[in-house]
Design a protein around this ligand. Sequence first.
Ligand code: 13P
Ligand code: SF4
Length: 349
Amino acid sequence: SSEELDRRIQQAREKLGSDLVILGHHYQRDDVIKYADFRGDSLRLAKIGTGQKEAKYIVFCGVHFMAETAETLSEPGQTVFLPDLRAGCSMADMADIEEVEEAWEAIQEKFGDTVIPLTYVNSTAAVKAFVGKHGGTTCTSSNAHEVMAWAFARKKHVFFLPDQHLGRNTAYFKMGIPLEQMVIWDPVQGQFGDVQGPFNQMRMILWKGHCSVHQKFTPEQVRRVRERDPEMKVIVHPECSFDVVKLADDAGSTGYIIKKIGEAPAGSRWAIGTEVNLVQRLAQEHPEQHIELLSTTMCPCLTMNRIDRPHLLWTLESIIEGKPVHVMEVNDEIKHWSKIALDRMLTIK
Ligand code: 13P
Ligand code: SF4
């Protein structure tokens, strides 16, 4: 029963005491995130993870790439767990390392040594290792602007993986790069998309990946909300498409959205374009404001929702029994290079 699950999870936490830290991403379900010692967006959790030097066990309630990052940045002797190892991310799966290597060859042929690769942390450790090896780094949606500025201070062109939307939105809205200076790399076709000018004028090379949750928001939804209620402010995650971000009043990472709502006066009205668990939680936590999801259809991140209480309990009890399950492992060579990429990011912002 629900009470029984709760009782056993609490008991396991008590038994493990300060050896255990549970991290929870904002998109986690309410009944899971309530057990998190720390909540955060992906940047905050990566940083908090590195600060938990006393903990022997870090249980990451989030998705695969986040736990992989925590494992890569962990201290020797620490173990990182993902309560369901199948909790992946469809965006990270869109950039296979072999396809990335193939793209890099084609890019080098066109651009020579003038390109620096960047990857959104929503990518596999192998892709992070690739950017680390080639002088690049990682970013999250909270620091994409600073990281891109860092990259453009080093090379004329940026190869951005795997989210075309975060890449395009950051380049256009934060760096002032026009759309005509961006070209898509299509990994399925194994070729560049159409270009509107000479290749060497393309500042951004965008991997054709996206988040299936955030890509569901449309410009039409923004228009409809405004027609219905002209007072409504629309705030969206930069994983949404360019047209949605352009029409919205504001855009930013999960952490940024939470901060904006937290600072808004009572009576504010918001339509939010991001994962539904977070939007519903914000609505509950801010009854003094009107908060709704930008879309009328639900848009949960199904893989985030794979982490449930039975899986969390199973993981915690397996640690106590000395037969740990759902342990995150990263191959040493990949870990070495992906750590270089991640450490570079952490020195930028
Ligand atoms: P942030 O936590 O960086 O806002 O990213 C959102 C996301 O899609 C996590 O998978
Ligand atoms: Fe991946 Fe999108 Fe889910 Fe984030 S919301 S974990 S990018 S599928």
